[in-house]
Design a protein around this ligand. Structure first.
Ligand code: PMP
Length: 453
C-alpha cells in the first residue's frame, strides 16, 4: 500500500477539486505515481489502463519524450514571457498561427488562457465587449444547455448546468439561462433525431422570444456534452442550432474543451458537421494535459469589432500566464504528434472502442451505449424497459469506479450510473479490447452486488 504519511498529509492539507471533503477524508487519496502510453501505475505498483486519459485530457498518452524535451528546451531558453506591453514569444506566436490555420472557417484569432474555465470566462468578457463596442449593451443574456458543462469559474459556472456546481455558490446569475438537453436516451420528445432537433430548435426559439432577441448575446453548446454524461446530439442538431442563432442574431459558441484535438476524430468536432462557430473554446488536448493551457478562438468579425471598438484603448482582459511560452512549446509538439499518426490511430481505436462497448449492449445492466470516436459512455439501469436508474443510495458510481480500478481500468463513473470513456488516442487494439473486457468484468461483479440490483 501507499505510504500512510502521504494519505495523512493529503487529508490534512490538500483540498481536492469537486470532492465531498468529508467522504474524501474518510476514504483517503489514491496516489498515482507514473504512467506510460495508456497505462498508469499507482503508488502501490498496481497498473491500469487509463480509460479516461486523466480528465479527458492526455489525448497523446503519457511519457512522450519529445514533449518533455520541447518543454525543457523552452524552459532553458525562455521560461516565461509576458504578452503585456506588446511583448511575445516565438512558440506562442507560432502556436497561435498553426491553430488558426487548422481552425474552422475564419476563427483566425487565438487568445491563450490557463485552462477551459478561464477560456469560457474569456468568451463572456469578449462577447460583452463585442456588443458594447457596437452600442448594443442590452445584448447581455446568455443561454446554454441543461446537462452542459462550461467550467467552474465564478461566472462561467453559471453557464454550466450541473447542480453540484451551483449549490451553495449563489449561481446561476440572472442573465444565465438554459434550454433542455438533446439527451436522446431520455428525451421527452422521443428518440427520433428529427423530433429531438425540432424540440431543441423550438426551445431555443421560445427562450429567445421570452427574453427578447435584442437582449440575447450568445448560445453555448458542447459538440458532445461531456460532464453531463457524454450526451451525443443527433446528426444535424448542431447545424440546426447554429443556423437558428444566425437567424436570431445571436453569437454561437462551441465549447470544444473536451471534443477538441482528436477526441471525436478530427482536430475539432465542429468539422464533423462543417460548423463554423463565432467563438470556440479549447483546452485539455491542446497540450495533452502535460502543462496547463486553454485557447479561445475568435472569428474575424468578433475580433475586428472588439479591436475597432477599443480604438487606441487597451482591451482590459489578460492574465500573467496568457500565452505561456512553455505551454505553447508543448502545444506545438503535441500538435505535431497528433498529425503524425495519433489522430489516425485515434480514429481506428475509436471505431474498435465503440464496437466493443456496443457489444456490451446485451448485458442486463446496460441501458444505452453512445459516443463518437474516442469519447463514449454506457448508461446503466436496473430495468431496461423502464430505464430505471441504479439506486443512488447505494453510491453505485463509487462502487463501480473501485471495482474497475481493481480490475485494472480507470473510467469515469458519473453520479447517475453513467460510465465515461475517453482513452488516450495512442491506445493499441489490445488496450481497447482490455478496456471492454475489464468493463464486462466490472459489470458482472456489479450485477452480483445485492445493494445495486
Ligand atoms: N468546458 C468543458 C466542455 C469542459 O469539459 C471543461 C472541463 N471538463 C471546461 C470547460 C473547464 O475546463 P477546465 O477544467 O480546464 O477549467
Amino acid at each position: 500500500m501507499y505510504s500512510n504519511s502521504l494519505i495523512e498529509l493529503d487529508r490534512a492539507h490538500l483540498v481536492h477539486p469537486v470532492a465531498s471533503y468529508r467522504s474524501h477524508e474518510r476514504t483517503g487519496v489514491r496516489v498515482l505515481k507514473s504512467a506510460k502510453g495508456a497505462t498508469v501505475t499507482d503508488a502501490s505498483g498496481h497498473t491500469m489502463i487509463d480509460g479516461f486519459a486523466g480528465l479527458w485530457c492526455v489525448n497523446a498518452g503519457y511519457g512522450h519524450d519529445s514533449i518533455v524535451e520541447a518543454a525543457a528546451r523552452q524552459m532553458h531558453e525562455l521560461p516565461y514571457a509576458t504578452g503585456y506591453f506588446g511583448l511575445g514569444s516565438e512558440p506562442a506566436i507560432r502556436f497561435a498561427a498553426e491553430l488558426a490555420e487548422r481552425a474552422p472557417g475564419d476563427l483566425n484569432h487565438v487568445y491563450f488562457t490557463l485552462g477551459g474555465s478561464d477560456a469560457v470566462d474569456s468568451t463572456i468578457r469578449f462577447i460583452r465587449y463585442y456588443y458594447n463596442a457596437q452600442g448594443r449593451p442590452e445584448k447581455d443574456q446568455f443561454i446554454s444547455v441543461e446537462q452542459g458543462y462550461h467550467g467552474s469559474s465564478t461566472v462561467g459556472a453559471g453557464l454550466t448546468a450541473l447542480p453540484a456546481f451551483h449549490a451553495g455558490f449563489g449561481i446561476p446569475l440572472d442573465w444565465q439561462h438554459k434550454i433542455p438537453s438533446h439527451y436522446s436516451y431520455r428525451n421527452p420528445a422521443g428518440s427520433e433525431p428529427a423530433a429531438i432537433i425540432a424540440a431543441s430548435v423550438a426551445a431555443l426559439r421560445a427562450k429567445v422570444e421570452e427574453l427578447g432577441a435584442e437582449r440575447v448575446a450568445a448560445f453555448y453548446v458542447e459538440p458532445i456534452q461531456g460532464s453531463g454524461g457524454v450526451l451525443v446530439p443527433p446528426p444535424g442538431w448542431m447545424r440546426a442550432m447554429r443556423d437558428l442563432c444566425r437567424e436570431l442574431d445571436i453569437l454561437f459558441v462551441a465549447d470544444e474543451v473536451i471534443t477538441g484535438f482528436g477526441r471525436t476524430g478530427p482536430l475539432f468536432a465542429c468539422t464533423d458537421e462543417d460548423i463554423v462557430p463565432d467563438l470556440m473554446t479549447t483546452a485539455k488536448g491542446l497540450t495533452s494535459g502535460y502543462v496547463p493551457m486553454g485557447a479561445v478562438f475568435l472569428s474575424d468579425r468578433v475580433y475586428d469589432t472588439i479591436a475597432d471598438g477599443a480604438g487606441t484603448s487597451a482591451v482590459g482582459h489578460g492574465y500573467t500566464y496568457s500565452a505561456h511560452p512553455v505551454s505553447a512549446a508543448v502545444g506545438l509538439e503535441v500538435l505535431r504528434l497528433y498529425e503524425n499518426g495519433l489522430l489516425e490511430n485515434g480514429i481506428k481505436a475509436g471505431k474498435r472502442l465503440m464496437a466493443g462497448l456496443q457489444g456490451l449492449g446485451d448485458h442486463p445492466l446496460v441501458g444505452d451505449v453512445r459516443g463518437r470516436g474516442m469519447l463514449a459512455a454506457i448508461e446503466l439501469v436496473v430495468d431496461k424497459v423502464r430505464k430505471t436508474p441504479l439506486p443512488a443510495a447505494a453510491e453505485p458510481s463509487r462502487r463501480i469506479f473501485d471495482r474497475a480500478w481493481d480490475n485494472g481500468l480507470v473510467i469515469r463513473a458519473f453520479g447517475n450510473g453513467v460510465l465515461g470513456y475517453a482513452p488516450p488516442l495512442c491506445c493499441t487494439e489490445d488496450e481497447i479490447d482490455a478496456i471492454v473486457e475489464r468493463t464486462r468484468m466490472t459489470l458482472d461483479e456489479t450485477l452480483e452486488d445485492p445493494d445495486i440490483r
